[in-house]
Design a protein around this ligand. Structure first.
Ligand code: F1P
Length: 337
């Protein structure tokens, strides 16, 4: 978790090296929509990447778990549509993702793109374009460094459709290092705070997939009560779970922050505590604790900055609960059907 900005730097280099192929793909008229797929963490990464692709490239894009794509293709592929398949897998060996890709190739002639961390993987051999970040490899079963490196890869690849954004993103590794240094103590203190028993991660738009991923980190590493919701959805029922032992974590957007801050103020009034992650400092009425990026980057380019402090929060909660954060209960690094 602490050294991951090194992997972000490597991700930016991999994208720069494939610049021509990526730009050619974005300009291609071969496809009419993009389906983004993965499993577990990489499904949540798909949830973050699909809205990013749609916003940055102006093409319809949606996330689908690889198992659904494999088992229920007729609920996903629309008649007459020409989808590009965008697969994401740390290992490149997860059976559901591989089988869904093979089935896609039997039905469609459109390209397959993959992001992963292992160059020799089966999924790489099935793809027309592979962006592989070996620096993202990690020993833990839980995805942290790999997840953020693959996210930077997707962000940087879409930024190539808007050249100045790609240049601005070169600042990310330094920003990440600084963020980890500044907020490590806060993450540790909150992770170890036994007065907090429930965690809710709220994110909307580009941030929903990230909120889901951090919820998974908290759950699998520390076996805590943890859920993710779209900001406004939280008020339609789930907020009945909020009490003085609750931490509500808000991954703030740029465009709807007024609404999101109103939800957080409401949760504080119900007795919950709030942690807000945002580009700029927010009013203390909405936040008990704050992580401020001050990155100067557009929302489409800085998503990865939401991750390290929250990964650390889950790590310290796991330690405080007596769990091994690298090797959660019942999990293996690669799931085989
Ligand atoms: C997908 C995944 C991981 C999870 C665990 C089991 O792996 O579900 O997200 O943390 O390691 O496998 P991959 O396809 O991204 O390698």
């Amino acid at each position: 978790i602490l050294t991951q900005p090194v992997a972000w730097r490597a991700a930016l280099e991999v994208v720069a090296a494939s610049q021509e192929a990526i730009q050619k793909l974005w300009l291609s008229e071969q496809y009419t929509e993009i389906i983004v797929t993965g499993c577990g963490s990489t499904h949540y990464l798909s949830q973050a990447v699909a809205p990013l692709l749609q916003q940055q490239l102006g093409v319809r894009a949606r996330p689908v778990p690889a198992s659904e794509l494999l088992l229920f293709p007729d609920t996903i592929y629309a008649p007459g549509s020409r989808p590009l398949l965008f697969t994401i897998s740390r290992s490149g060996h997860t059976t559901e993702t591989i089988r869904a890709t093979e089935a896609f190739k039997r039905r469609h002639t459109e390209p397959v793109v993959t992001i992963g961390c292992y160059p020799e993987a089966e999924l790489v051999a099935l793809s027309d374009l592979a962006l592989i970040i070996a620096e993202g490899q990690e020993e833990s079963v839980v995805q942290t460094r790999s997840f953020s490196a693959m996210l930077v890869t997707a962000q940087a690849a879409t930024a190539l459709a808007h050249e100045p954004q790609f240049q601005a993103m070169q600042r990310l590794p330094a920003l990440g290092e600084n963020l980890i240094k500044t907020y490590h103590d806060l993450a540790k203190a909150l992770g170890e705070e036994k007065g907090i028993e429930r965690f809710y991660f709220l994110g909307s738009g580009l941030q929903y997939g990230l909120a889901s991923e951090i919820n998974l980190k908290m759950k699998e590493m520390s076996l805590s009560v943890s859920e993710a919701f779209h900001f406004m959805e939280f008020r339609h029922g789930p907020m009945s779970m909020v009490n003085e032992r609750t931490l509500v974590v808000g991954l703030l957007s740029d465009s709807a922050s007024e609404y999101e801050l109103a939800v957080l103020r409401e949760m504080r009034a119900l007795g919950g505590r709030t942690l807000v992650l945002s580009e700029n400092q927010v009013t203390s009425k909405a936040a008990d604790y704050q992580v401020t990026f001050n990155s100067g980057l557009a929302e489409t380019n800085r998503a990865v900055l939401y991750l390290p402090v929250l990964q650390l929060l889950a790590y310290y909660r796991a330690r405080a609960n007596g769990q091994n954060p690298d090797q959660p209960h019942n999990l293996t690094a690669v799931v085989v059907l």
